[in-house]
Design a protein around this ligand. Structure first.
Ligand SMILES: [Zn+2]
Length: 471
């Protein structure tokens, strides 16, 4: 690309990228990979992407030393606002006790008892841990308050770290409430208090759990949320084949989450719903799409956010409940758009590690490394209906991750290794070499650790928020 950066003032180049995952279909393949790449960031946005040899002159420069760079992970499903420990419940499950959603009440009790500052500190630590492993966007749900004060508090705290907050009053029916009374509360007073603090509403639709909600109750909750201006998400088909996925598609939810047990009708419904998503909507959708309307082409446009319903898979939950994994291969082959997320929660998936989820998806869900990385970045962005993240293209947010590895394959190839980090672009980026004329900068073998900027392997986590400044 022979694009000149309009103004270099304040622009920072990132070079020495062995493999740049763009997720921009203009670059071809599942991940739109550009090798020996560079990019330029100004004012928090990407303003140039291309081969390092054509990097325009800029006034600041960082060299990532032959590492892979990719869009930061988009973790589109978490329950980060909680207190308490359910290690004993996990231990019991590993001894054969099945999961039915009942342990959520344990977390509700611990969370209600925690002071604001304690909850805030726990949340901040989890956000830091996520960023340290390459996550740049987090969705955060309420759902451990289950009364008006507790749910509004969770959303206020969540809103301090992300703009992607989700009202999950309909998580479980709390002890002491009847189902009818609780659904009425969620759809009435609780929704009125929570809607101004949330972007989304979610419901645990699981008729097989005595604690969660059936199809009629879930429909009532989602319909009320939509009337209050919230986007829809559904915990669907986690414990068995049920009505959740088809309800999500019928009501136009952005995402049906879990999808562990699916009938052929469910898969067909999700495939049809993926047709409403923009082109490039992932490896499973390539047959359905064409170029993004209005896109001028290579590396030059933020992708359309689209509508449609994404299938969000949460394999850390199957890992921690010793349940059968969802079949991503079946979904992708049917043309369904798939996202991957952590489901971080204290009962069934106590991890914020997207690299762990990617490794599980490759080993246990039938995904290729490229498909899994797409789903953990662009797929998550689709699940949040965001076109400005999950992609490295001109106009996108400069939300980036860097790997201590030459390719994205290492995320699954080296499970448990701490190789992924959020790439923070310091304002005082060192001027290493403004010309990048030395071709060896493009492919150093990572054998000399003294070439490595220590800030890359120890990200400065001074800002624990992932909140957008201008939303
Ligand atoms: Zn969940």
């Amino acid at each position: 690309m022979n694009v000149t950066v309009g103004t270099t003032v304040g622009a920072t180049a990132v070079a020495g990228i062995s493999e740049l995952v763009t997720n921009d279909p203009a670059h071809g393949g599942v991940l739109g990979i550009v090798r020996d790449a560079a990019l330029v960031v100004a004012d928090g946005r990407i303003v140039w992407v291309g081969p390092a040899a054509r990097l325009p002159a800029v006034d600041r420069f960082i060299d990532v030393g032959g590492r892979a760079v990719l869009p930061g992970f988009v973790d589109s499903h978490t329950h980060l606002v909680f207190a308490g420990d359910r290690g004993a419940e996990f231990e019991a499950r590993m001894s054969g006790v099945p999961y039915d959603g009942g342990g959520i009440a344990t977390t509700v009790s611990a969370t209600r008892q925690a002071p604001d500052d304690a909850l805030r500190a726990l949340l901040s630590r989890r956000v830091r841990d996520a960023a340290a492993q390459g996550t740049t966007t987090l969705e955060v749900k309420s759902g451990y308050g289950l009364d008006v004060a507790g749910e509004t508090r969770a959303l206020r705290l969540g809103g301090e770290v992300t703009s992607e907050t989700t009202f999950l009053g309909a998580h479980v029916v709390p002890p002491g409430s009847t189902r009818e009374d609780f659904v009425r509360l969620v759809c009435g007073e609780m929704l009125r208090a929570c809607a101004p603090l949330a972007r989304w509403i979610d419901v645990f639709c699981e008729p097989l759990s005595p604690h969660a909600f059936d199809a009629d109750e879930a429909r009532e909750v989602l319909t009320a949320g939509a009337s209050a201006g919230l986007g829809l998400r559904v915990h669907a088909n986690q414990l068995g084949a049920g009505p959740g996925v088809r309800l999500a598609v019928e009501l136009g939810a952005a995402s049906a989450d879990h999808c562990s047990y699916l009938t052929d009708d469910d898969v067909d419904a999700l495939a049809d719903a993926s047709g409403a998503l923009p082109a490039s909507a992932g490896p499973g959708s390539t047959a359905r799409g064409s170029a993004v309307p209005g896109s001028p082409g290579r590396g030059s446009a933020v992708l359309a956010a689209g509508a449609g319903t994404v299938a969000t898979l949460l394999p850390a939950a199957e890992f921690a409940t010793r349940a059968p994994y969802p079949d991503a291969r079946r979904l992708l082959d049917a043309g369904v758009t798939v996202a991957l997320a952590t489901d971080c929660n204290p009962g069934t998936a106590y991890t914020v590690s997207m690299p762990f989820v990617i490794a599980l998806a490759v080993r246990e869900l039938g995904m290729t490394p490229a498909e899994a990385v797409w789903s953990a970045t662009a797929g998550g962005a689709r699940a949040l209906r965001r076109g400005d993240i999950g992609v490295v293209a001109v106009g996108a947010r400069a939300d980036l991750a860097v790997l201590d590895a030459p390719t994205h394959v290492h995320l699954a190839y080296r499970p448990g290794m701490p190789i992924a980090h959020r790439l923070d672009l310091p304002n005082d980026a060192t001027l290493i070499d403004p010309t990048l004329s030395d071709p060896t900068l493009s492919d150093p073998p990572l054998t000399d650790p003294t070439l490595i900027d220590p800030t890359l392997s120890d990200p400065p986590l001074t800002d624990p928020t992932m909140k957008e400044p201008h939303r």
